[in-house]
Ligand binder design. Sequence first.
Ligand SMILES: [Zn+2]
Length: 95
Amino acid sequence: MSDRVRCNCPQCAIRGLMGPAILVTLGILFLLDQLRGGYFSFGNTFPVILIVIGLISLASALASTEGHVSDSVPPAPAAAPPPPQNPYAGQGQAR
Ligand SMILES: [Zn+2]
């Protein structure tokens, strides 16, 4: 999908499941709404999405970050940005 660095550590792998898991959950809930309705109407079952999001976030937070590849330093784009200059002169410099 994109050319950003793919990390295979457990934490990033679990976090990567968030989108698909939400889509699958939404699909199941709408299916239940269509098939059963009533008690299983989407108005009653939507909190399941929050539970799924919470469980995946929890699992991701508890997972190991061993082998994590940080993407805070992406590969150099076509035009390298100019060297960093402090745009907030006078801040954070103890004299
Ligand atoms: Zn990672």
